[in-house]
Design a protein around this ligand. Structure first.
Ligand code: CP
Ligand code: NVA
Length: 303
């Protein structure tokens, strides 16, 4: 594994190894252990968008492993691909640091970084996907249900970057994903086809959120207005009416259902405060697992 750009690029075995390593490093660090396998190594972290979880968990993970993270705002370097081409940034960074992680608008930007860098490149969210999030989510599912295979996630809302990475995870790891979205916001047909090529019938698109949650183990949602879509907010809020994860929708799911959200959560829009704070909510286990997955990923790619 040279880069981590999309779950669809990884083999099932690589994903299982990353999950196993995430779990063992989690236990090891919680018991006071330290693995300084990245001593003397540096990760450049390029961000075109805001971040709390991804930025902090990568910074902490890198430090935990004895390495150094360097956070770079686009304005520090005159914009990614603006002051100089992405391919030049990739080659310059390859002479200074041992890894790059990038959060960008266009997915092509991380593909270009990976193509021209001769060090590992990690996708820390693009408009197309959010693979680190989906892997932390799978780790969380495994911890709560004791297994991954056959677990059904009902993703309610926008067929966005997070939904797409969950679809690839479902395909590679034999979970079930049903996405319920209003017309015009479905997960694209190519993603569904690709996920179902990995595991037949693992991913489906519906319009009715109640049908989606009826036999779900997990109800998952994400913002209706992803970073970069702020100007569409009013229209989106109108179009997503009826797709909020509220107590009524949760009551239509099996009693054991867990609630997941990648965060940040916009309470009163895609999810209610009541559901966020309900006993079935595992939002902060998910957020914590970003750190544990990130550690395993950095070790795998950079040690
Ligand atoms: N879930 C997630 O990626 O959060 P941040 O945008 O805060 O990194
Ligand atoms: N879909 C959201 C995820 C935020 C972590 C976005 O791209 O803004």
């Amino acid at each position: 594994m040279d880069d981590f750009l999309a779950i669809s690029d990884c083999s099932t075995q690589q994903l299982h190894e990353l999950l196993a390593e995430s779990g063992s490093l989690k236990a090891f660090y919680k018991s006071g252990g330290r693995d300084l396998c990245l001593a003397g190594k540096t990760l450049a972290m390029l961000f075109e968008k805001p971040s709390l979880r991804t930025r902090l968990s990568f910074q902490v993970a890198m430090t935990d492993l004895g390495g150094s993270p360097i956070y770079v705002k686009p304005e520090d370097i005159g914009g990614i691909g603006k002051r100089e081409p992405v391919k030049d940034i990739a080659r310059v960074l390859s002479r200074y640091v041992q890894g790059i992680m990038a959060r960008t608008f266009e997915h092509q930007t991380v593909l270009d970084l990976a193509r021209y860098a001769d060090i590992p490149v990690i996708n820390a969210l693009t408009d197309w996907s959010h693979p680190c999030q989906a892997m932390a989510d799978v780790l969380t599912v495994q911890e709560h249900f004791g297994r991954i295979e056959g677990i059904k996630i009902a993703f309610i809302g926008d067929g966005n970057n997070v939904a797409r990475s969950l679809a690839f995870a479902a395909g590679k790891l034999k979970m079930k994903l049903v996405v319920a979205s209003p017309h015009g916001y479905e997960l694209d047909a190519d993603t569904i086809r690709q996920a179902n090529a990995f595991t037949p019938n693992c991913t489906a698109q519906v319009t009715d959120p109640y049908a989606a949650v009826a036999d779900a183990d997990v109800i998952y949602t994400d913002t209706w207005v992803s970073m970069g879509q702020e100007e569409e907010k009013e229209k989106r809020v109108r179009d997503f009416a009826g797709y909020a994860v509220d107590a009524k929708l949760v009551a239509a799911a099996p009693r054991h259902v867990k609630i997941m959200h990648c965060l940040p959560a916009y309470r009163g829009y895609e999810i209610t405060d009541e559901v966020c704070e309900s006993p079935g909510s595992i939002l902060f286990d998910q957020a914590e697992n970003r750190l544990h997955f990130q550690r395993a990923l950095l070790k795998k790619l950079m040690a």
